[in-house]
Design a protein. Structure first.
Length: 453
């Protein structure tokens, strides 16, 4: 997967902006080249490749803003798009809260790009699938995806901002099916050689072997062990509902009116850190503001949200570099590189600490009925088990639970080591919240129902 490079992306943006018919303007480019190999019944059935480029241009006339998008990097097309954006701005009402485009500032070097991953081909992806299928018992079958991506982000504006960063992603998942149940595991990294196909196969097949003779769990409060994928899903809800400056300003966030106060247990700390070398991060946002590590919750105390330029101006703060693509996220700042503090507990120790409770592998179609309380509801999938006296004793039918994420985090007893993970929505291309997240054992999770056995 060949990079176009900084010159190929930034040069046309600068050319088009040089004569922009507006008081100020900016342009953001995102290129994504993704190769996906899909398999089922332990056999590859599809290999798909996409290469997409999206450009967003903003023109500001007075304090009115016009926005146009295109998929062309031809200078003539960019100039035409900027002229259209300027015409839209002149026909629009002024935005009295417009903060202006970003000023140039030092930007950290990007770390999340690996040339070997970018060069990997379909044979390399097929090799990962083959390793998964070879490592599971012959009585089971596997399905899933192997995915490699290269991204390029660039931003420029009429104040002289010019930034570029490449990125790479490697992802492998396996759903292992037996005669009765299923087991699931995945691995995510920015380097393909960090993916452990055999470990993915072992985790998924071990759970599949346990997933037999399911029983229903009565509604009630239970101790619980949430594995990393389940915790990442909880953090997605927290991020999208409560970690942006605009949600705090409008009173929709759990932080509203509570910054500096304890909002959950002291074992819970959460940061947004796109510069952590373990994560999939871009060092600037779509406005060209440098990203930085932001303390969101420390020791259970709310420290504050992330900001884009508009929410920062409205709240008397400064942008933290968290403006996001408005076609995918609400304005006001998006926390998409979350780091939750972990611990040293092993999986056996987490399970061993439960007298009677449940083990949850992951969730499916999770939503929030009450964003202000960070309440979430969802169903479990592919690995829900009863724990009794520190041992997994039975497979459970999938359960639904409804509970505030803040209450879950207030009840943390033990934390394991961090691992890079995405929530269900992000792994299916419908969002982007990447987490360095630990598994956790909590004192109470509220189960509201079970699916049929």
């Amino acid at each position: 997967m060949t990079l176009r490079g900084a010159d190929a992306l930034l040069t046309p943006l600068r050319e088009a902006l040089r004569d922009a018919p507006a008081d100020e303007a900016d342009a953001y480019v995102h290129r994504r080249r993704a190769a996906i190999t899909r398999y089922s019944h332990s056999s590859i059935h599809q290999n798909a490749l996409s290469d997409e480029t999206a450009v967003r241009l903003r023109a500001i006339v007075g304090r009115a803003v016009g926005v146009v998008t295109t998929n062309s990097l031809a200078v003539s097309d960019l100039r035409r798009a900027l002229a259209d954006a300027a015409a839209l701005a002149r026909a629009s009402r002024p935005d009295d809260d417009w903060p202006g485009v970003a000023e140039p500032a030092p930007i950290a070097a990007a770390a999340a790009y690996d040339e070997a991953t970018a060069r990997a081909d379909a044979a390399a992806q097929a090799g990962l699938v083959a390793r998964v299928c070879a490592a599971i018992p012959k009585t089971m079958r596997a399905a899933g995806t192997s995915q490699l991506e290269v991204t390029e982000d660039a931003v420029a504006n009429t104040r002289g901002v010019g930034a570029y960063a490449p990125g790479s992603l490697a992802y492998l998942r396996a759903l292992v099916l037996g005669d009765q149940g299923s087991g699931y595991a995945e691995d995510l990294a920015w380097r393909a050689d960090l993916l452990d196909a055999e470990a993915v196969a072992d985790r998924a097949s071990t759970k599949c072997a346990l997933d037999r003779d399911r029983v229903q769990l009565a509604p009630g409060d239970y101790e619980a062990v949430f594995e990393e994928l389940a915790v990442a899903e909880i953090l997605r809800i927290v991020s999208l509902t409560g970690l942006g400056g605009q949600s705090v300003r409008e009173g929709r966030s759990f932080m509203a009116g509570r910054i500096g106060e304890r909002v959950t247990g002291e074992r819970f700390s959460l940061f947004d850190d796109p510069l952590d070398p373990r994560t999939l991060g871009v060092p600037f946002d779509v406005e060209g503001t440098p990203k930085r590590r932001v303390a969101l919750v420390e020791g259970g105390v709310a420290r504050g949200p992330v900001y884009d330029r508009a929410s920062a101006k409205a709240m008397g703060a400064r942008s933290t570099g968290h403006a996001a693509d408005p076609s995918r996220y609400a304005s006001g700042g998006h926390a998409g590189n979350l780091t939750m503090s972990g611990g040293s507990a092993t999986r056996e120790e987490l399970i061993g600490a439960v007298a009677r409770g449940i083990l949850i592998t992951r969730f499916h179609y999770t939503n929030t009925p009450d964003p202000r309380a960070a309440t979430m509801t969802g169903t479990t999938r592919d690995g829900t088990f009863l724990i009794e006296n520190g041992k997994i004793t039975r497979a459970l039918a999938n359960v639904r639970y409804t509970m505030s994420a803040l209450e879950l985090f207030a009840g943390i007893d033990l934390l394991g080591a961090q691992r890079l993970a995405r929530d269900w929505w992000s792994s299916n291309g419908m969002g982007s919240v990447v987490c360095l997240v630990p598994p956790m054992k909590v004192r109470r999770a509220t189960i509201t129902g079970s699916s049929p056995v």
